[in-house]
Design a protein around this ligand. Sequence first.
Ligand SMILES: *Cc1c(COP(=O)(O)O)cnc(C)c1O
Length: 390
Amino acid sequence: MSDTRLREFLPFHRPYMGEEEINEVIDTLRSGWLTMGPKTARLEEKFAASLGAGHAVAVNSCTAALHLALECLGVGPGDEVITSPYTFSATAAAIMYCGAKPVFADTEADYPNIDPAAVQRAITERTKAIIPVHFAGGPCDMDALMELGASCGAAVIEDAAHALPSRYKGRRIGTIGPATCFSLYAGKNITTGEGGMIATDSAELADQLRIRRLHGISRDAWKRYTAEGSWYYEVSERGFKYNMTDINAAIGLHQLDRLEAFHTRRVEIVALYDALLADTPGVLCPRPSSYGESSWHLYVVRIDGGAVSVDRNSVIEMMKQDNIGTSVHFIPLHLHSFYQERLGVTENDFPNSRSLYEAAISLPLFPTMSNDDVRAVVASLGRIMAENRR
Ligand SMILES: *Cc1c(COP(=O)(O)O)cnc(C)c1O
């Protein structure tokens, strides 16, 4: 047993639930209104206000948010949507739900966000949308991407699953592109258990999103036929079952209140990791985005194969022996059999994404981690590096 082993397991992530969330859920259960209702509406208002966005539309996941945004912007069969291969499968899956084709554009060589130059090379006359992913919350080069979108008539829909709260050149992510998709999954910076949000400044788009998230039933159609009575409804669009429930929204109301405090603590933990890992040979700390402030959803270090003789997989295994949970974000999409078979991509196609992935380890990072927890992670990693120096 190593001398850096923790007595109790430190997970990679642990969601925080306070008494306020618990009581609000109980209140919802007692209220008799379980599905989408007043609490979802309150969460939408609060979310939009906290971003400074015109509207926020609640759905049951970020995957649904991405699909619905593409759907409402008219993406369909025969269209191409450019995105990063260095993302979770949901980003590309949402494109395929529309019958459209994901087209990957590689990341920058030394930063895990999509490279605008690669996006430019991927544009064709079929390009209908671009989905940048703000990896770990570090903002993408939005000016360049918005300009590329405008140049070919493609909408820029951001996958901001990690980017709450991130800022691009001082502006909150969620107030830049026409539709920005957030995740409220249990593993994200704040959670509703499962959930997602689409932020937009367009009242017209918000209306369409609201209609299509719940069976395509138009509220205006209801109004037109009030003479028919309250039982009447009209399906005016192709709809989906993507609504949030008030049980989930109840959690979100209090999680949103905690966002700033969570963020402050994340930034502290990141600063501590940076300071303690600064002189650990073999470990490369994540550098900040050149374009703004990160939400620090993840703290992804890279193992420098030039300095140590252990690979990433062995380091993960040794840290597990030390009772420390880690993760890997992400296995690039062009390494998965499904995308290879369906899109004809191969493992050699996007070398930047692949080499970033091969060295990456996501260290534990969540607001209730103590400074001693951070020191324990660094001690374990430091010992492993010291024992395996070249
Ligand atoms: C988590 C995640 C998603 C999907 O979010 P869900 O709310 O679970 O659907 C999409 N994109 C990225 C980059 C993610 O990390």
